[in-house]
Design a binder for this molecule. Structure first.
Ligand code: BT5
Length: 260
């Protein structure tokens, strides 16, 4: 154990700031981070007017039914490991949802949490580097569907999305889920900074519904590679073997999977 490193890593404090309505908690968290907000600041909104997914997509975030929040993190790891934060966040979400509901959740690389093949949570991580190329801050935005009924989702999302309520028939307190998540995330985040990615990777692999499946890798909606997802490497990149037997490594973009 590196004692100096151990001394530098403090438990993640939880400074929660709640807003009834925001455009996007990621955007507000970014503004806070730029003004120097401390690591552990959490921006939560009751409702988002323009909740963001990746690549400019929309995240439906209606009032009162879901958990929409963003954490400001200032990790001490090198920027090349920064993408691992999304994977460790996915593990923390899957663990606490499993604990609360006793259902089996799956992670689809890199950022979707699924229940019975439907999306219950999405994660949007955005990293800002300083002039030296180190991580200045990372915003991790998380949306978890808590108490939506099928009507709340509307025709399009009803086919692809689910909520804790739909899965269990139980209405959950959003704050209870948030507190459970922040506690679990804090533990994993300290572990990651002290001991690296190994344990998180192992845990991620247990939840993965991606490995062993045929995947199509897309960059900005354009297909760039296809094959079978074989493994995740030590950086968190997905390794995909194509028909010619070559391995491609992907730490960006999006994968689409036929069965998950
Ligand atoms: C994501 O994008 O899954 C990342 C979503 C992150 C949302 C959080 S909420 C708090 C924070 N503040 C923000 O502004 N964002 C973050 P992506 O993989 O691109 O998936 C987007 C797609 O998911 C959409 O195109 C829809 O198909 C679907 N979708 C939208 N809203 C959904 C919902 N509430 N539940 C399930 N699926 C949804």
């Amino acid at each position: 154990m590196d004692r100096k490193k151990f001394a530098q890593i403090k438990p993640l404090s939880q400074n929660l700031q709640y807003f009834a309505e925001l455009d996007s908690t990621n955007v507000t968290a970014k503004e806070f981070a730029e003004k120097g907000a401390a690591e552990g600041t959490v921006i939560q909104a009751g409702k988002q007017l323009s909740g963001k997914g990746r690549l400019g997509r929309v995240w439906e975030s209606q009032a009162g039914k879901g958990l929409w929040f963003s954490m400001i993190l200032r990790p001490t790891v090198a920027a090349e490991y920064g993408a691992q934060i999304t994977l460790l966040t996915a593990v923390a979400v899957a663990r606490i949802l499993q604990l609360l509901t006793n259902k089996n959740f799956a992670i689809k690389w890199p950022n979707d949490i699924l229940l019975d093949g439907k999306k219950i949570c999405g994660i949007l991580s955005e990293m800002a580097l300083d002039v030296e190329g180190d991580i200045d801050y990372t915003i991790v935005g998380i949306g978890i569907n808590i108490n939506m009924s099928s009507e709340d989702f509307g025709a399009q999302l009803a086919a692809t999305a689910t909520s804790l309520y739909l899965a269990t028939g139980i209405e959950y307190e959003r704050e209870q889920v948030l507190r459970a998540f922040l506690d679990e995330f804090g533990r994993l985040y300290s572990h990651w900074q002290l001991h690296g990615f190994d344990d998180i990777r192992r845990s991620w692999l247990q939840y993965s519904c991606t490995l062993g499946h045929k995947v199509v890798v897309k960059d900005n909606d354009e297909e760039i590679y296809s094959g079978v997802a074989e493994d995740m490497d030590d950086y968190g990149s997905l390794l995909v073997r194509n028909a010619a037997g070559e391995i491609g490594s992907f730490d960006f973009g999006e994968i689409s999977i036929r069965s998950c």
